[in-house]
Ligand binder design. Structure first.
Ligand code: DAH
Length: 337
């Protein structure tokens, strides 16, 4: 191609280049090692001297002016790129920040912590025990011998080695009294297990808070006062409770405690089986057989014990009508608390 035509074409293309990458390609095309202008310069050596001089001069001029053009265009394109970046990456330092997504505690954990806090304020220590128990701690020591029909109330899962999944937190009463002398005041929050068909108010796995207070002179009215105070602080308002006579092998007398249903306000709903009351705990005065099982003389000591259903507490507090919701991990449910 004629060297001047080449210059014209190249100049035109350089002017139209949209970005540095395109410009670089053009540079290679014309002035690179195998570029078109470079090839003209290389071919000079094959020409006769006179022609070589003439074309050599022109070709070098073209090369120089194209180099200048490239430099100029490169500067323009760089400026343009910087400007575009500045516009694109402009930061508004006054804009409000993005809230990071944070998790929160499961409603049952919240209830457990609140319960611990309230009882600790009333002088109770928080104690824990194993979820896998022996028959002795789960039954016999609590005055529920083998073949006693009361064992039917606490059907559970047995392990091959003869141990079982504890059906209540009551065995920790025994474990604690074996190692500690009264006077004592403890609560025992923990997970328990039942061999049970599940429905809106029954699970095979749930939570309890055991309580135990032993001293020289502890009465059922002390129990009532403490538990009323607990409910008042837990629900943030006085809650109506009622004690019904009941039976537990490890207490005498025994009672069950109902609170007026907070889901329906006592009117009657599916959670309270339309009675207006929800059974929330069992309790009673520690049976002499239990004191004997841990080597304490029942003539010297008196105490009350109780077991609260932690799931029921949470259901009342948050007005939840199905216990299974706590365990199925559905975020749409959990995110409400
Ligand atoms: N362990 C009983 C249950 O799971 C609840 C209970 C009742 C615990 C009376 C106690 C008590 O400490 O005194 O059904």
């Amino acid at each position: 191609m004629d060297i001047f035509r080449l210059k014209k074409t190249a100049s035109g293309e350089i002017k139209r280049a949209q970005d540095l990458k395109a410009l670089n390609t053009l540079y290679k095309k014309y002035l690179g090692k195998k570029g078109e202008v470079t090839q003209v310069l290389r071919s000079l050596k094959n020409l006769p001297a006179k022609k070589r001089q003439l074309l050599g001069k022109k070709a070098n001029e073209v090369k120089n002016s194209l180099t200048i053009l490239f430099d100029k265009k490169a500067r323009q394109l760089k400026q343009k790129a910087v400007k575009e970046m500045e516009e694109k990456e402009w930061i508004d330092v006054t804009a409000p920040g993005k809230k990071p997504i944070v998790g929160h505690l499961h409603p049952l954990t919240q209830v457990k912590r609140k319960t611990e806090e309230i009882f600790q304020q009333m002088g109770f220590s928080v104690v824990e025990g194993p979820e896998i128990e022996t028959e002795w701690y789960n039954f016999d020591a609590l005055n529920i011998p083998k073949e006693h029909p009361a064992r039917d109330m606490w059907d559970t899962f047995y392990l091959k080695n003869g141990r079982l999944l504890r059906t209540h937190t009551s065995p920790v009463q025994i474990r604690y009294m074996e190692k500690n002398q009264p006077p004592l005041r403890i609560i025992v929050p923990g997970r328990i297990f039942r061999h049970e068909a599940t429905d809106a108010s029954h699970e095979i796995n749930f939570y309890q808070v055991e309580g135990l207070m032993v001293d020289k002179n502890v009465s059922a009215s002390n129990f009532k006062a403490i538990i009323e105070e607990f409910f008042k602080r837990f629900f943030g308002k006085p809650v109506q409770i009622r004690l019904r006579p009941s039976f537990f092998p490890f207490t005498e007398p025994s009672f069950e405690i109902d609170i007026s249903c907070l889901v329906c306000g006592g009117k009657g709903c599916s959670t309270c089986s339309r009675t207006g009351w929800v059974e929330i705990m069992g309790a009673g005065m520690v049976h002499p057989a239990v004191f004997k099982a841990v080597g304490l003389n029942p003539k010297n000591w008196q105490g009350f014990a109780f077991g609260i259903g932690m799931d029921r507490l949470a259901m009342m507090k948050y007005k939840i009508n199905d216990i299974r919701l706590f365990y199925n991990g559905d975020l749409r449910f959990l995110q409400q608390f």
